[in-house]
Design a protein around this ligand. Structure first.
Ligand code: HEM
Length: 299
């Protein structure tokens, strides 16, 4: 039986994320042939998110190159424009629409791409797929058809970027809208507060991906605790972001930690975008697009 170890301290989470001796768990085995043509299994087999070693380096470089095209400032403008005509249910998914268009989906197909990305996202992480695989398989096929015709490895990174954007960025947008009474960042900015600091603090207290998983390649220690070879390590970002050794009054919502007017030396950024070997390559894009949507939602 696999040993499972949970890491909740900031230093422990950072140490594991920076240690190549901990790798991303392999996606579940796919039935014969399921991964050879576009499907959920095909995507998991090729996406940088579930890859390790040389494959990961190559695929991550591809994903980063694709992200180097659209400047975050331009994505922010587009998100703001699209969010002005989006209903409240659609607003959190505006970033997926913006990035779909930036990655080459023709404008008339953008709504279909957003629906497909949502279907794939709902089954993307192993353990979440029950009853959703068929729709996710169809979603991957739709996206590969709508995106530019490229080699499978590049096509998979385009789909991966859209799926990684989907629920995480929607989660951040919803957290801020809930906190600010549906007011986006307008109320904060009118009060002279720093909207970026507001988003960062929202990410600290409500990380959209609250737990990351790693497998220990060999026997190791984390925070003095022995970790046997092959153990599953759960990195609790939500707990680490409230580590009292790192954050003063850790449960208090206090954007001034990051705004430079908090008086102190400033506190480390939250771990919500990961760290170490494979941090989120889309963090600037995510913040820019969320900011665009949250501006448009301000009255
Ligand atoms: C608020 C929104 C977002 C949050 C909180 C978030 C968080 C994360 C985290 C924690 C990881 C690391 C996973 C791990 O180490 O196991 C990650 C990876 C990743 N994210 Fe994001 N992300 C967000 C938005 C985005 C966006 C907008 C994009 C694309 C434009 C993106 C693309 C990726 C990709 C491709 C990876 C996999 C990197 C790799 O393993 O090489 N993310 N994200």
């Amino acid at each position: 039986m696999t040993t499972t170890i949970r890491v909740e301290r900031h230093a422990g989470v950072r140490a594991v994320l920076s240690d190549p001796g901990f790798v991303v768990p392999a996606p579940p085995e796919a039935p014969d042939g399921a991964a050879s043509t576009p499907s959920l299994a095909w995507l998991r087999r090729r996406a940088t998110r579930f890859s390790n070693g040389d494959e990961h380096r190559r695929r991550r470089a591809l994903a980063s190159a694709l992200l180097s095209g659209p400047a975050p400032s331009e994505l922010r403008k587009q998100a703001e424009g699209r969010a002005r005509s989006a209903g409240p249910d659609q607003a959190p998914y505006v970033p997926v629409a913006v990035l779909s268009a930036a990655l080459g989906v023709p404008e008339g197909d953008v709504p279909g791409a957003v629906a497909a990305v949502r279907d794939v996202a709902s089954a993307y992480f192993p353990g979440t797929e029950e009853g959703r695989v068929e729709r996710a398989d169809a979603g991957v096929r739709t996206l590969v058809r709508l995106l530019p015709d490229t080699a499978p490895e590049e096509a998979a990174q385009r789909v991966c970027l859209l799926v990684q954007t989907c629920d995480a960025t929607a989660g951040l947008i919803r957290t801020v809208l809930d906190r600010e009474g549906g007011e986006g960042v307008g109320r904060a900015e009118q009060g002279g507060h720093d909207a970026w600091a507001l988003l960062t603090e929202a990410l600290r207290l409500s990380p959209p991906a609250p737990v990351l998983k790693r497998t220990a390649v060999g026997a190791a220690h984390v925070g003095g605790v022995p970790v046997p070879e092959g153990a599953l390590v759960l990195l609790d970002l939500a707990a680490a972001n409230r580590d009292p050794d790192v954050y003063a009054a850790p449960d208090r919502f206090a954007p001034e930690r990051y705004s430079g007017d908090g008086g102190g030396p400033g506190e480390p950024p939250p771990l919500s975008f990961g760290a170490g070997e494979r941090p989120c390559p889309g963090s600037d894009h995510a913040l820019a697009m969320a900011m665009g949507v949250l501006h448009a939602r301000s009255r």
